[in-house]
Design a protein around this ligand. Structure first.
Ligand code: NDP
Length: 284
């Protein structure tokens, strides 16, 4: 079997087109564009690139916003104060604090202060709790994007066996809950999992979110499985690789996301989508 590639770029483009339409409808009905404000502390090179991409993507779909840049030595109190100012502004629908924050800042303490209605990254305790309880709320962008990819290829998780490798709050845990909500039988694997190969080999859906190149071996993939590779690993050759041994997995999977061009493009698209959702929810 040769897997069909899941074209995350094309699907993200479709999501952005939907968001653009909804953002324009919102602006026409409410006299202002949806607003997304990004808080960037310090000079982390990768974060600077992400934030610039978010800024450009927002503009293109008709979401207003600014990037608030604070120096690397900004105090926790200063970051929290900025978050509180953004919480208080009526024209701000979404607040995103770019992670990682410098080591002297307690990221949880900052994220906890974001108004849950504006927590478009879905990482705060209220939205995370709502996800576990199966109640409506903002879903973290990458997991939300993974679910959209499954929908786009017509994969209904109901009754299927899903294995998520990686249990971070950002990716692994939320995607496990989203799959559970959609009635998959979910196994959440991590660094202490024994015989990962045996666990993965039973899965109809495999989500790899680890950060180790080719950790998930092609021979582990059940024939006909759907493979979503969240991992982004830059190798010495300068290229990006996923967590799945791609060529070998392609021989067995029915559908697979490439890296780059699979899950990656969905993250920003879902952030924009969450922002427009937030705008509509806030106006009632
Ligand atoms: P974290 O480092 O926070 O979590 C990694 C997880 O992988 C942990 O739960 C860890 O287990 C688990 N793990 C580590 N080693 C192994 C192993 N040998 N076997 C099984 N599990 C293992 O990473 P993130 O979740 O933040 O990110 C994961 C990857 O996804 C990274 O490559 C990141 O760059 C990428 N990413 C991509 C995004 C995108 O837009 N495409 C967005 C976000 C992340 P334990 O908990 O036991 O330590």
């Amino acid at each position: 079997m040769t897997a069909q590639l899941i074209d995350g770029k094309a699907i993200a483009k479709k999501v952005r087109a939907e968001v653009k339409l909804r953002a324009a409808e919102f602006a026409a009905a409410h006299g202002r564009k949806p607003g997304l404000e990004v808080v960037l502390v310090g000079n982390d090179a990768a974060s600077q690139v992400y934030v610039r991409n978010k800024e450009r993507a927002s503009e293109k779909v008709g979401i207003r916003g600014a990037v608030h840049r604070l120096p690397a030595d900004a105090s926790q109190a200063a970051v929290v104060e900025l978050v509180e100012q953004l919480n208080a502004r009526d024209d701000v629908d979404g607040i995103l604090v770019q992670l990682p924050l410098p080591g002297h800042i307690d990221a949880n303490a900052v994220i906890d202060r974001i108004d849950a209605a504006k927590d478009v990254d879905g990482l705060g305790p209220q939205n995370a709790g709502k996800l576990v309880l199966g109640r409506p709320g903002h879903r973290p962008c990458t997991p939300h994007g993974c679910m959209r990819l499954l929908d786009e290829i017509g994969c209904d998780p109901k009754g299927l066996s899903a294995v998520v490798v990686g249990r971070s709050n950002l990716v692994g845990k939320p995607i496990a809950h989203l799959l559970l909500q959609r009635h998959a039988t979910v196994t959440l694997a991590h660094s202490r999992t024994r015989d990962l190969g045996a666990v993965v080999s039973g899965a109809d859906i495999v989500v790899a979110a680890v950060g180790v190149r080719a950790l998930v071996r092609g021979e582990w993939i059940k024939p006909g499985a759907v493979v979503l590779d969240v991992g982004i690993n830059r190798a010495d050759d300068g290229k990006l690789y996923g967590d799945v041994e791609f060529e070998a997995a392609c021989e067995r999977a029915a559908h697979i996301t490439p890296v780059p061009g699979g899950v990656g493009p969905m993250t920003i698209a879902m952030l924009l989508s969450n922002t427009v959702d937030a705008a509509y929810r806030r106006v009632g």
